[in-house]
Design a protein around this ligand. Sequence first.
Ligand SMILES: [Zn+2]
Length: 502
Amino acid sequence: MPEEYDEELLSHLVQNGFIWGPEPEVYNGLAGFYTYGPMGKLLKNKVEGVIRDVFKEYHFYEVEAPVILPKEVWKASGHLESFVDPMVVCSDCEKTFRADNLVEDNTEIEAADGLSDEKLLREIDENDIKCPSCGSEFEDRIEDFNLMMETSVAGRESYNRPETATTTYLPFKRYWRFFRKKFPIKVFQIGEAFRNEISPRQHVLRGREFTQAEGQIFLPPEMKNDWPQYEDVKDEELPFWSAEMQEDEDDWESLTLEEAQERGYIGSDAYSWSVFVAYNLFTSVGIPKERIRLREHKEDEKAHYAKEAWDVEIKTDSFGWTEVCGVHDRTDYDLSRHQEYSNESFVVRDSDNNKVVPHVLEIAFGTDRPVFSLLDIFFDEKEGKLEVPNHVAPLDAAVFPLVNKDDLPEVGEEIFRQLHDRKFDVEYDDTGSIGKRYARNDAKGTAVCITVDFDTLDDDTVTMRDRDSEEQVRVDISELGDRLEEWLYTDVEFEGLGKPVE
Ligand SMILES: [Zn+2]
């Protein structure tokens, strides 16, 4: 299936300061690198704020590890050997392409990343797939292309991390002491990772540089089915699309976590709970439930380290169902490998005094994906508005003086300061007609506009206007912060926030 870029959306994102690129634009751009402009960065911060909050709610602690690590680490982690994509080379122009993407784009096959090299070559041959750039044939071989970006530090061959996960595992013994030798240990990292994608596509969904958010749970294997928090979530219904369902139906089923386990889709209580946390991360940032499903990896799709693997998928308007997050049972793969390669023991004693190399359950995703999904889902092309949920609106409010005289600007600036001091993201705008200022802020997704007018000077009230309904109410300046907070973070009716405006 060829990807479909929504040009209208992309130009909206460029013009309203969300996402620019590929960068460096002034030097013709390099695919897969983007700048988040002022509005994009505010939105991304909001989304990452929610992600931090959800992880912390479940007792994960944030850490920050290095981005670059020497070759030994990536040899041990398996990335040097296995973190590869199948690449074909044009026999004429020598451009390189991902073989699986070419097959997906030119055949009925929707997921070709699990196919063998032979099968990929056969599909390219049988479907007469030619170089998209010059129309020539491909060379009759697949190359394993390693996605890690190499660098050199003090003469040592090193790599930019392709995921945060590995870098989170390395200080395990430090965690063990810090968390007083008690399982489970839950940590997360939000930071940059790099993948030298052969042909980056799908905008920031598959950049070469991106931000990852990964939660890691260290636990002894027997704790996977001795996980008390499972009781709190086992009756939650989630949209499961198991490998078995994918064989013969095009649809998923709403099942409780307990039912999913009874059917054998999920192997443990702790893994179930991790799947729930992952799902909850995406509903919490504001992705509508009907656009989320959980898809199980088929046997041949699983990563080199994964025993159980489910993805969270979001239905975007631009690209259809899109993978946004992986939940993996990585077993003791990582710590065993690092133990072997580093000669450092990662054996510890569990609560029954048994010696164990801890297992890891992981929730892994790029934060660019929920950010792009929000922009894609909530952009109203007809109105030119970005109707993202209030709690992640890039700007909480914009403050306008009706005119630039008679003390209105001073009152406006004072309101800006008051809201800023309460940690709201606010903008002060005194340029152009009120109608233009509304339209500008609707396009940027600002949750409410606050206007200071001549009545303000008499009765200390201002109008608050809701972006989506365009309704207006009058609110006392002294109550503005509280009303705004209610509107952004609770489920109130807009007209209940103040006096109606005729
Ligand atoms: Zn070519």
